[in-house]
Design a protein around this ligand. Sequence first.
Ligand code: MG
Length: 396
Amino acid sequence: MSFRWLSKALQSRNKERLCPVCPSISRLFSDVSSHSTPSFGIVFDIDGVVLRGDTPIGGSPQALRKLYHDSGPILIPTLTFLNDGALKIPYIFLTNGGGFRESNRASELSKLLGVKISPSQVVQGHSPFKQLVDRYENELVVAVGKGEPAAVMSEYGFKNVLSIDDYASCFDNIDPLAPYKKWTARLTCHDSTTKLVPPKINVHSQRVQAAFVLSDSVDWSRDIQVLCDIFRTGGLPGRNFGHQPQLYFAHDDLAYQAAFPAERLGLGAFRISLEAVFNRVHPHPLEYTTYGKPNPFVLKNAEILLQQLVQSLQHNAHVVSHASAGSHHFKTLYMIGDNPSVDIKGAQQAGHPWFSILTRTGVFKEKENHPQFPANLVVDTVEEAVDYILEKECTS
Ligand SMILES: [Mg+2]
């Protein structure tokens, strides 16, 4: 029994109740999902779409709740865990942001948005770094960025990873401005109480083989200095010139919408600064790889994750058949974002079956569609976007 067929049958009987925003859609999907699965999935950006800083925006808690089986009234977000209903519409978050483990980010989002979100529904800019574990599993690598970048990399399977904080602490005077930085305690890697660097790692003889920038640098001047030292010397600061170790960025966003009213400089701005400086102090230009939206492979990976989510939903509902055990094919995948050059461009480049929806709650605030990267649909809020999707899918 196909979802579309049942939808049409129910629509003819219940059209006045289903539209314009399908008041009874919870019942509709509840009925359907036990027999079939939706032919569509949704991908949400986070910053500027569902959150601004730690504050839900655009009716995001209400919007997300519509994607679950009903389980009672929604409470006030940030207070407690709210909706324990099962997921009925496959969706994931796809953010270029990061710095924290996916499991931590999922539980934080659950608290802020009031729905049950699993780690498998959270894809961050640095999530694809997992695919590089085979190459660097036992090599010395440095992790850069706010949050807990080294813990993230360790969870991915990297065995010899140091945060740039810990790494820099092993080199006396590597940052001549450190005495003036009163916002942070001075660290030392030889401190027996803190044990910042495991004994098996000797940063003065082991070359750094790669640096991973997971999230925004907290101390640009120190990080640019130390990364230039690493890259100029082949991974041994203070030594002679050497071949540049590999460099990976989780994304290349120039700006993003945070709590401040105007956009903030992002990882792309840090990349530009590092590259500009390095190219002035080194005869060869900086080599690096960037991940994150709008790279088409990120959207392709999101589609695969949604397919896996559908399969887990089918498994939970005990409806896996031989026909559905393989890859689930979506007729439409909705990308809801606030940044035309990141979210919308990414969906455009990925092509079918992607349908892009641009909200006005973040980077984009214009009345008309974006001229360079026009979305398939422009709405004010994420709740409006979800209502549009549910109406379209239940009446088509
Ligand atoms: Mg955004």
